[in-house]
Design a protein around this ligand. Structure first.
Ligand code: ATP
Ligand code: MG
Length: 446
């Protein structure tokens, strides 16, 4: 019988020796977003299929080809979320968040599901960090949103991402643009791919997003949306740029960005890298003023972005971006014999209550094997408890990085160990700051 030990194509495991990096990156994003006023929202992993076909749009690749859709046992058509915006907007409308002070700013970390051809940076289950700013039409919001993504990348120390922005206008001005696109592509009909022929009739702007080499070559000379946007849209775009300039955020205007989802209006943007292969868009977003109405709600101009976690991690790996090291356990209590292990468990429990990370032997190993294990864990300090320590009532805390060993009474060990930690921290700071501590007895300070 074959082993059931293969993950499904296009899915990935995040293993314990890597996961701390994702946790750090994700926590950083949530924290920065929170400084911008974003609060976390959590929505279900599956929704009514109709939410996405209406919200993301019938003519998009996502809806036409990529959704994981199935009937549940009650005969309802269900879809695993391919993105986070539709669910966030659904929740906003369903729970009347439009009655709260606007804009409502929400952030999320979610898994997303798209049936795509798996390759580097393209998975069938992937993860996004996203934010949505719901209920504002002002261009200041567009620029602030972009500055949030910018701040995340610069805080993480990720370099070389190019910010590309564009305006794709509103439904009114886009009508004229659609006509121009239509007649352009109509003249190239013979060379377009099958899918684009269908797009030509339904939504010619989608052709600009086609990944086939022939279609993208044709798309290069297509009419540019910026030549067609109306005065209001153009003025909006100018203010967005003015804000970005004021915030010193570099960008280029790329008139070919249209984004893959139907709901976008006016400002759209991408953060693109050339360092992670063909799937170079790490973050994409924009304004979607029509989405709320599309879902049956009242007009709620809004905007957001989604940042692909796997692509960001690929970039961090490619650039060797320094991230904080994983926290190592502080103390390993090695024990010899049952009474000592019981004591180790007791001490560990009270030290952990004080927030100190402690490990002891839960595998019944010899002291030698325990010390080897502790070494592999990279612990800072160890103590050994055996019969003689229990008898003498004294243990020795050994600094695994070569510092001095310190003897402590077992009685009150928890307190002694804690002050020892504080003293070592002070000594370390004094060391790095070059403060002369000679003549000062640290123990006197506490
Ligand atoms: P692409 O053009 O690469 O297909 P998209 O326009 O479909 O991207 P969005 O729907 O805007 O992407 O999603 C936002 C971000 O989510 C992308 O910029 C990317 O970082 C990430 N992303 C999208 N699809 C995938 C996927 N299949 N695997 C991994 N990450 C993805
Ligand atoms: Mg896509």
């Amino acid at each position: 019988m074959a082993l059931v030990t293969k993950a499904i194509k296009g899915t990935q495991d995040l293993l314990p020796n890597e996961s701390y990096k994702n946790r750090y990156v994700e926590q950083t994003m949530l924290d920065i977003a929170s400084k911008f006023g974003y609060k976390e929202i959590r929505t279900p992993v599956f929704e009514h299929t109709e939410l996405f076909s209406r919200g993301v749009g019938d003519t998009t690749d996502v809806v036409q080809k990529e959704m994981y859709t199935f009937d549940d046992k009650g005969g309802r058509s269900i879809t695993l979320r391919p993105e986070g915006t539709a669910g966030a907007m659904r929740a906003f409308l369903e729970h009347g968040l439009f009655n709260e002070p606007l804009p409502q700013k929400v952030s999320y970390l979610t898994s997303c599901y798209r049936y795509e051809k798996p390759q580097a940076g393209r998975l069938r289950e992937f993860h996004q960090f996203g934010v949505e700013c719901l209920g504002t039409a002002a261009p200041a919001a567009d620029a602030e949103l972009i500055s949030l993504a910018h701040e995340i990348f610069s805080h993480l120390g990720v370099e070389g991402l190019q910010l590309e922005i564009n305006s794709i206008g509103c439904p009114t001005c886009r009508k004229k643009y659609h006509e121009a696109l239509h007649s352009y592509f109509e003249s190239k009909k013979a060379d377009l791919c099958e899918t684009c022929l269908d797009r030509l009739g339904r939504n010619p702007m989608r052709i600009l997003d086609c990944k086939s080499p022939v279609c993208s070559e044709i798309a290069k000379d297509a009419p540019k949306v910026l030549d067609y946007i109306c005065e209001d849209c153009s003025a909006h775009f100018e203010v967005v740029k003015k804000h970005l300039d004021a915030m010193n955020i570099p960008y280029v205007v790329n008139p070919t960005i249209v984004r893959g989802l139907d709901y976008y209006t006016r400002t759209v943007f991408e953060f693109v890298s050339t360092q992670i292969g063909a799937q170079g868009t790490v973050c994409g977003g924009g304004r979607y003023d029509g989405l709320a109405e599309q879902l049956g709600g009242n007009s709620t101009p809004s905007l957001g972005f989604a940042l692909g976690i796997e692509r960001l991690m690929l970039l961090i790996q490619a650039q060797n971006t320094p991230l904080p090291e994983e926290e190592k356990p502080d103390l390993y209590i090695a024990s010899m014999g049952e009474a000592a292990t019981v004591l180790a468990a007791k001490l560990a429990a009270s030290l952990r209550e004080e927030g100190i990370s402690v490990q002891y032997d839960v595998a019944g190993r010899s002291v030698k094997a325990q010390m080897k294990f502790a070494n592999k864990l990279g612990v800072r300090n160890t103590v050994v408890i055996g019969d003689s320590e229990i008898e003498s009532g004294k243990v020795t805390v050994k600094d695994m990085n070569g510092g001095e060993s310190v003897e402590m009474e077992l009685d009150g060990f928890e307190d002694s160990y804690q002050s020892y930690l504080i003293q070592s921290a002070v000594a370390e700071i004094a060391g790095t700051e070059g403060i002369d501590m000679s003549g000062i007895n640290l123990a006197d300070l506490f």
